[in-house]
Ligand binder design. Structure first.
Ligand code: BGC
Length: 770
């Protein structure tokens, strides 16, 4: 754990350059705009530890897999989000001495992420070997107004000399991924030019995504545009640059504005890429830096109006939650149904930028409540568009008749993960997709989604479950064998309670949706039924399964059992483990982990969290206190579910403890792995711990329902929620609850089990009794 980020409600601040934490900071200071993402790398030379990374959503490479023993059914490749051509470079030399932040003497260093306004800035003083000193400031943003545009303002002020500085401003496609399996470079050069505005077109091998990266540089001295002196245009293999000198004067600032545009074949015809990139540059230079920055700040203001959470009385909690919300808004904007959210977003290479069940289980709720319905709908459509591929995937594994198995890890709908216990067995991801459809329909009340898209997905998944279970003569029940639940510290288990629960819940829900769509959207119903060829016999089989499914249960403790045989394990609380053995996945052999009772992340509790209404509070409590002590929480997905359930059973202290783990996971680098990138999934989870945990938000019979409490450590907290055309501001203090209906429409909500009506543009107040 590190605590070098200075507390501030709206800013992330690092003071003093800490080379040993540089890669952590590069992740923390990442910027994104839903289409492109850029780690907080230096524009300048930096010879210290760094993970240079900038990524374009949707642009990936199918890297050849590396596995020890090949198993039938394994995918041939592992998709990787690609480190894209590097556009930030502004390299400075003074009298032949390079400004390298690792070797020059750097003082007064400060990096700041301004979350309110959506930019990153840094400043420092550098001293060269000959004693010359310069003060440098830079500000950079990835426009969320024009998501193909990025801007840098770079200022240099000599402290003790007059003269000239040399600048190289470049675009570099000679880049690679640190996680490349065979050290291969993934980009080839197609075309480049430095004749007018420099641009470079590169293309990915195998996937043939083409990207044009272009730049325009404008220098300014004393507020006036100045010429580049000694201009040299450099063109090398996969590299272009402008090298020039600028006059500098002691105490006066010389500035360089670098506008960069990125256009890709995801959005343009390959022959039009340079033109598209030029159009963006023209838009940028016509507007000018200040207007672009203003536009950016306004756009962020709007985002915050919809999604902010305010916490008074605890500035580090405030900083933590805003950081999470900022990153969630940077990562996904819902503009493009081909895009999804990688567990690390655009902030690193880990997890390949691919889509996991994380999206449906942990991220959808944030977008559902804080953005237009269209945004979360896009996430669901992504899976609808991959239905054919999910059917192919299931067919490849021996299933038939339209069974769909969604991949554990994917870029384009194809499975690209190969560890047998995950690829073939961690099939619960299918259930999370069905759950997300239900979640969306419950939240939005938009059944037209079900009619047009959702139903087909539900049928495909239900068919898979129906074939994946089998009837046990011995038990006279349906069972599901050989699975891995969310607790990846158990593999190939029989009757994972969570997965069996998902089977039944999906089958029941599909049956209900079929009925609803038949009644309300008969023509859609007919279309879907004839397209998928659904037989009545299938429906009766589904009913047989969900009414006769086997669930392992411990009569003595009255708890659900994670899987068959769980009680044969030596049951010991994780608190008995020495801290030298934690995390166990770094210290124990795999077989020892598998034999132990230790649980990586919520498993039975994940199911209880999803289907909470099916269980009474005592059942939830018993299961929570049975499983939580054996849980090592070695996935960042664990804390939030535990926090929400702890809040549900009234264990406020535990709820807060888990919230703390999640909320500053990256800012304090809790798990020593933020250098790889940020834990975007956990960020969605943190938002949920406040809104669903502390405020107890649920949807009950088409109404928003709340049961709020406030952690002792806070004075008050408030958040904004969008719900079916209304915008609510919900505030909880030690004394009262205040709900502002910010829209014209009246809204009815449930507060502590009682209905309350809040008229349009009005405030509702209630005393909070302890
Ligand atoms: C977790 C998975 C998760 C993945 C990506 C793993 O450590 O066990 O549940 O999908 O990380 O976040």
């Amino acid at each position: 754990m590190k605590q070098y980020i200075k507390p501030h409600p709206w800013k992330i601040i690092e003071e003093g350059l800490l080379p040993e934490y540089n890669m952590v900071s590069e992740s923390i200071f990442s910027l994104g705009n839903g289409k492109i993402g850029q780690r907080g790398n230096f524009e300048e030379y930096y010879s210290g530890d760094t993970l240079r990374g900038n990524y374009i959503s949707g642009i990936y490479y199918p890297d050849k897999t590396r596995v020890g023993w090949w198993k039938n059914g394994y995918p041939e490749y592992f998709a990787k989000v690609l480190n894209a051509p590097d556009w930030i470079g502004i390299k400075i030399s003074v009298d032949g001495q390079k400004l390298d932040l690792n070797t020059c003497k750097i003082t007064e260093f400060k990096r700041v992420l301004n979350m309110k306004k959506g930019y990153f800035r840094k400043r420092y003083t550098a001293e060269f070997l000959d004693g010359k000193k310069i003060k440098v400031k830079s500000k950079r943003f990835l426009s969320i107004v024009n998501d193909e545009l990025s801007v840098i303002k770079f200022s240099i002020k000599p402290v003790n000399f007059d003269g000239e500085i040399e600048i190289i401003t470049d675009i570099d496609a000679n880049i690679s991924n640190q996680d490349a399996n065979y050290d291969e470079k993934f980009w080839i050069e197609i075309e480049k030019s430095t004749a007018v505005k420099p641009y470079l077109i590169s293309e990915t091998k195998k996937t043939f995504f083409r990207v044009c990266t272009a730049m325009e540089n404008i220098a300014e001295f004393d507020g006036k545009e100045i010429e580049f002196l000694n201009l040299e245009k450099i063109e090398k293999e996969k590299y272009i640059a402008l090298k020039f000198t600028l006059p500098v004067k002691k105490g006066k600032t010389t500035r360089l504005f670098k506008f960069a545009s990125v256009s890709s074949s995801m959005n343009y015809d390959k022959t039009n890429l340079a033109k598209a990139a030029y159009d963006t540059l023209e838009y940028a230079t016509e507007k000018g830096y200040e207007a672009l920055l203003f536009e950016q700040e306004q756009a962020w203001k709007n985002k915050w109006e919809e999604s902010d959470i305010v916490i008074n009385g605890d500035v580090s909690a405030q900083q933590g939650i805003r950081f999470n919300i900022f990153q969630l808004n940077q990562t996904y904007t819902g503009q493009d149904e081909r895009l999804n959210i990688g567990p690390k977003g655009f902030t690193g290479e880990k997890y390949g930028g691919s889509t996991y069940w994380d999206t449906e289980a942990y991220l959808l709720p944030f977008y559902l409540s804080t953005a237009d319905e269209k945004v979360s709908k896009q996430l669901l459509k992504y899976r609808y568009n991959h239905l054919e591929k999910a059917i192919e995937n299931a067919t490849k594994l021996g299933f038939n008749s339209g069974s769909a198995l969604y991949p554990m890890v994917t870029m384009n709908g194809e499975e690209c993960h190969n560890e047998w216990e995950i690829t073939f067995e961690e099939i619960h991801r299918n259930g999370a997709i069905a759950f997300a459809i239900r979640d969306y329909a419950n939240y939005t009340g938009d059944n037209s989604y079900l009619a047009k898209y959702g139903l087909e997905v539900l049928i495909g998944i239900s068919r898979f479950w129906a074939q994946r279970v089998n009837f046990s003569e011995e038990k006279q029940k349906f069972v599901m064998l050989g699975v891995t639940g969310p607790n990846e510290y158990e593999n190939n288990v029989n009757n994972n309670w969570y997965s069996n629960t998902l089977v039944c819940e999906t089958l029941k829900y599909t049956e209900k949706v079929l009925q609803e769509i038949k009644n309300k959207y008969p023509s859609n119903y007919k279309k879907v039924i004839s397209k998928v060829n659904l037989d009545k016999k299938e429906l009766s089989n589904w009913k047989k399964i969900y009414t006769n499914m086997y669930f392992p249960y411990d009569e003595k403790r009255k708890v659900f059992l994670q899987q068959d045989g769980f009680l044969d394990k030596e049951l010991k609380p994780a608190s008995k483990l020495s801290h030298l053995e934690r995390p166990i996945h770094e210290h124990w052999s795999w077989d020892r982990i598998l034999r132990s009772c230790y649980i990586k992340q919520a498993d039975v509790l994940q199911g209880i969290y999803f289907f909470e209404d099916d269980y009474d509070i005592d059942t939830i409590r018993r299961n929570f206190y049975f499983y939580e002590p054996m849980t090592v929480h070695e996935s960042s997905l664990s804390s939030c579910v535990h926090s929400i359930l702890a809040a549900k059973i009234g264990d406020k202290e535990k709820a807060y403890e888990f919230y703390l783990n999640a909320s500053r996971l990256d800012l304090d680098d809790y798990n020593n792995d933020t250098n790889d990138g940020l834990h975007i999934t956990s960020m969605g989870g943190t938002w949920m711990t406040i809104v669903k945990g502390f405020a107890g938000m649920r949807i009950k019979n088409n109404l928003l329902s709340f049961k709020p409490f406030i952690p002792e450590q806070w004075q008050d907290y408030s958040f904004n929620i969008r719900f079916r055309g209304s915008l609510l501001n919900f505030e909880v203090s030690k004394k009262e609850i205040l709900i502002k209906n910010e829209s014209n429409k009246d809204i009815e909500i449930i507060l502590f089990e009682k209905k309350q009506k809040i008229t349009g543009n009005n405030i509702f107040k209630m005393k909070l009794v302890k």
